[in-house]
Structures are given as structure tokens and as C-alpha cells.
Design a binder for this molecule. Structure first.
Ligand code: 5GP
Ligand code: MN
Ligand code: MN
Length: 475
């Protein structure tokens, strides 16, 4: 039932504030995506609009689907001076999950004869799957270094190159991490998981640039049709998950203490200015560093694997963006600059031209926005816009978004059959779990091209390039 929405423009649907809502709930979609969207998304985004200190609106991106408390594809900003809150469910369990894309300098024709060899090398070198373990064991000291230093720490350990850092959000290191709020259990879970992809939805994908939409920006991003790139999608593994789980529990109890009325228990949160709120922020930022270090180490492993097939090749970063975070940012509210805590859960930050935090290379055009589709369909590179700041605190979609649950998907498809079908289309899948592959069937996701078109038409981010999968290492 989309009757409760007022259509503001072609791509913008609004539920006006009513009842306990402080601000409107806004969904970016066309009529079809809105129709297909889980009813739960409306309910969840409306609930988010009731949380204390929320400003402007609660947003759902065009790839939104049902999540824990907040929808995946949800964006909400809170003002600490207006009793604003932070919510563990508003960040998500896989803290700082994100995508990093690497240039290879190879053309698809150069790759073609070596595809199998490259797939083998990558699958051998990058650990994938539930509970996969890496070669690095963290002790107390190195754990601390990792939690405070992020990709910078990884670099100091010999993983990567100095110039990688400028192509990572926060220059590879999230400030304000407080490792003493990361529990012994969270640390223990991470001891042997650095440099691993994790399960199902996470991937390392070799892709070819299939189409360019904006030649000028594509040039700035060094993307040409036929180029081979490699994208890595993963997050903070067991550590992030443990932090999310523990703080959700603590926040559920604190909500009563802070007299926050929750329309849904899963929206558990704590005031930004409370001790618990600050503890969560400190631990979450440490988990952001864990994710940044993880993708940095995987990059190093990827470089090693690629070098065995293409000796002497150099893999440079296009960019590294997270899509599960809460970040303190400056935004214009009613003509005034404010410091706000922006939750993006399954939503990509998408700073436009001129943003002071962007690397020099992207200052004029806006940042790369890296969007996965599925192992059998397109993925996209978009670019931040000026108008996105007003539309959704400079945020865009993060993927196609699930169209059905994992359980539903496994009833409909078999992993082995999917692998064979994709092989016939020239796409090599390597995964330790055929059940995982079934859960990730391309048709279990929405149509990524439709989702990205809405993001583009809504001005959340601009389309730059379409990528097609060649090799996918699935967790
Ligand atoms: P999430 O972070 O929500 O787990 O996933 C982000 C997005 O990645 C999903 O919405 C989906 O569109 C995309 N995705 C999932 N698996 C794959 C894959 O194997 N390859 C690519 N390119 N995208 C994927
Ligand atoms: Mn993740
Ligand atoms: Mn993710």
C-alpha cells in the first residue's frame, strides 16, 4: 500500500510527520521500486523518524530492504545539541562494511587467456567463507595498533603502499577510536580473522568496465571501456559483529533509563552525550579501523595473487568507501551549518564536488561511489553530487538490495547449477559454500540498474560507469 505516501517529485516519496514522528520519512524510488519494497521498510523508516534529535528527515535509499531496527539502505542524522542519539542498529552489525575498487591497468583481452589462472590464484590467496582464518595472528599490542591505526597500521605492517592511504575515507585511519571499549570477546573473535573476506554477501570480484556514462568523470576516475578492475567487499568480521551485538543489548536497557520511547525494541539507542553513547562511538570507530585494515590486507593479498599471473603489474586504488557507519559531519540545516551524527546503514557516503574531506584528485568532480550488483549482473561506479547534500546528507544506495530472504533464495536455486549457468556466460565463481552461492543468486537481488537509475535521477549520485563480473570469489 503506497497510498500513505505523498509523491514530491519523480523519485521522492514522503510520509508526513504524524504521531510520534519528529520529521518526515522519505523514500527515493520510482512507483515500481516503491511497490516492490518490503512493507517493513515503510514501517521501519517511519519508526526511525520518531527517534530523539533526528533532523530534516529519515531516508530510505532506492535499494532499501528490511533490516534490524533500521532498514538496510537507511540514512538518519542526529543533533547532539537536541538530545540526538546513536543507535547500534542504525549502523548495522558489520561495522564499516564497504567496497574498495582497484585499477589493474589490464585490458579484458589481456586477461581473457589467464582467467582461470587468476581465479585460482585469488581463491588460493584470499581466505573466504564463514569463520575463515588469515595468516596474521594479533596479540594484545598489534590488536591495539590495528584498532587505532586502521589501514595505516596495516601499511606499517608491510601491507600496501603509502599512496593507498589518500584513496581511503579518513585517509585510512578513523580518528576517535577507543579500543578500551572493545570487549575481550570481540578481540578474541578477531585474533585470526584479519585479511579474510567472510561469508556470502562479501566478495572479491574481477570486473570489466562495460559502459561509460560520463566520459569526463570516468577520465578523472581512470576508467575506460574494457579496463579490468578488482572490487573487494567486506567489513569488520567477527569484531564488528560482536561490538554490534553487545551494544545493542546495553542500549536496549539504557533506553528505559534515558526515557527514550522506542516504537520497536530493535531501535535501541543511547543519547550521543551519554556515557554509553560515547562508549559505542569509541568502539564503533575502532571497528571502522578494523574494516579499513582488513580491506588493506586483502588488497595486499590480491596484489600478490595477481602478480603470480601478471608479474610486474601495479594495482592502484580508485577508492575505498564504507556503507555501515555513524560519522560526525557538518551539514547545512535551515541555512545553518551543524555538526551532526549521520547514520548510514547500507548506504554509501557520496560527497560532492568541493567537499573538504575529498582527496585532491576528486575535489572537482566528487567522490567515487562504489555499488555492487550481484555476482551475475552489473555493478556500478557513481560519483557524488552537490545536490545530494540537501537530498540525503550526501548519501546514495550501496547495492541492488535484496529482493528476497536468504532462506527463500535457497529454496529456489542450487549453488552448483548457478555456478554452471554463470560459467556458460563467462563468469567464474569460486566459493567454499554452494549454499552461500544459492543465497546470493543474482535474482535474489533487485534490478541494480533500476536502483542506480533512481539514485542518478534523484541526484543522490551520478552514474559514471557500469562494470560486469568476470571472476567472483564469494565468501
Ligand atoms: P550488503 O553490504 O548489504 O551485504 O551488500 C551490498 C550489495 O552488494 C548488495 O545489495 C548486492 O547488490 C551486492 N552484492 C552481493 N553479492 C555480490 C556479488 O557477488 N558481486 C557483486 N558485484 N555485488 C554483490
Ligand atoms: Mn558486510
Ligand atoms: Mn556491505
Amino acid at each position: 500500500d503506497t497510498g500513505q505516501f505523498i509523491q514530491r517529485d519523480e523519485t521522492c516519496w514522503e510520509i508526513e510527520p504524524k504521531g510520534a514522528m519528529h520529521v518526515p520519512a522519505i523514500i527515493y524510488a520510482d512507483a515500481q521500486l516503491l511497490q516492490e519494497m518490503d512493507q517493513k521498510v515503510y514501517e521501519q523508516i517511519t519508526n526511525v523518524a520518531t527517534l530523539p534529535g533526528i533532523v530534516q528527515a529519515a531516508y530510505a535509499m532506492p535499494d532499501a530492504h528490511w533490516g534490524y531496527g533500521f532498514p538496510i539502505g537507511g540514512v538518519a542524522a542526529f543533533d547532539p545539541d537536541q538530545g540526538g542519539i546513536v543507535s547500534a542498529g542504525g549502523v548495522g552489525f558489520d561495522i564499516s562494511c564497504g567496497v574498495r575498487t582497484l585499477h589493474t591497468g589490464l585490458n579484458i583481452d589481456q586477461l581473457q587467456p589467464h582467467k582461470q589462472a587468476l581465479a585460482d590464484a585469488l581463491y588460493r590467496t584470499v581466505p573466504a567463507g564463514v569463520g575463515s582464518r588469515g595468516k596474521i595472528h594479533l596479540n594484545h599490542k598489534t590488536m591495539h595498533g590495528m584498532l587505532t591505526g586502521g589501514a595505516r597500521w596495516a601499511l606499517d605492517q608491510g601491507f600496501g603502499e603509502q599512496r593507498d592511504l589518500e584513496r581511503i575515507e579518513e585517509h585510512g585511519c578513523m580518528a576517535g577510536a577507543e579500543p578500551h571499549y572493545v570487549s575481550p570477546r570481540a578481540r578474541e573473535r578477531q585474533q585470526d580473522e584479519m585479511g579474510t573476506l567472510g561469508s556470502g554477501n562479501h566478495y572479491l570480484e574481477v570486473q570489466r568496465v562495460a559502459e561509460i556514462f560520463d566520459p569526463a568523470v570516468a577520465k578523472t576516475f581512470s576508467l575506460r571501456v574494457g579496463d579490468v578492475v578488482i572490487s573487494i567487499h567486506c567489513g569488520s568480521r567477527g569484531l564488528g559483529h560482536q561490538i554490534g551485538t553487545e551494544f545493542l543489548k546495553d542500549m536496549a536497557m539504557a533506553a528505559a533509563q534515558y526515557q527514550i520511547a522506542l516504537p520497536d525494541r530493535e531501535l535501541a539507542c543511547a543519547p550521543l552525550n551519554s556515557p554509553l553513547g560515547k562508549q559505542y562511538l569509541g568502539a564503533m570507530r575502532a571497528a571502522i579501523n578494523c574494516a579499513l585494515a582488513n580491506r588493506q590486507i586483502i588488497t595486499h593479498l590480491t596484489r600478490q595473487a595477481v602478480a603470480t599471473v601478471f608479474p610486474g603489474i601495479h594495482l592502484g586504488l580508485l577508492y575505498d568507501v564504507s556503507h555501515n557507519t555513524c560519522k560526525l559531519e557538518r551539514h547545512m540545516i535551515d541555512g545553518q551549518k551543524k555538526s551532526l551524527f549521520v547514520h548510514r546503514k547500507g548506504a554509501t557516503r557520496a560527497f560532492g564536488p568541493g567537499h573538504p574531506d575529498l582527496p585532491a584528485a576528486f575535489k572537482e568532480v566528487g567522490q567515487p561511489v562504489l555499488i555492487g550488483g550481484s555476482m551475475g549482473t552489473s555493478s556500478y561506479v557513481l560519483c557524488g553530487t552537490k545536490e545530494s547534500e540537501q537530498r540525503a546528507f550526501s548519501s546514495a544506495c550501496h547495492g541492488a538490495g535484496r529482493a528476497m530472504s536468504r532462506t527463500q533464495a535457497t529454496k529456489q536455486w542450487q549453488g552448483r547449477t548457478l555456478v554452471d549457468q554463470l560459467a556458460a556466460k563467462g563468469i567464474i565463481i569460486r566459493s567454499p559454500s554452494m549454499r552461500g552461492v544459492a543465497e546470493e543468486a543474482p535474482l535474489a537481488y533487485k534490478d541494480v540498474s533500476a536502483v542506480v537509475d533512481i539514485a542518478d535521477r534523484a541526484g543522490l549520485a551520478r552514474k559514471v560507469a557500469r562494470l560486469e563480473p568476470v571472476i567472483c570469489i564469494k565468501g
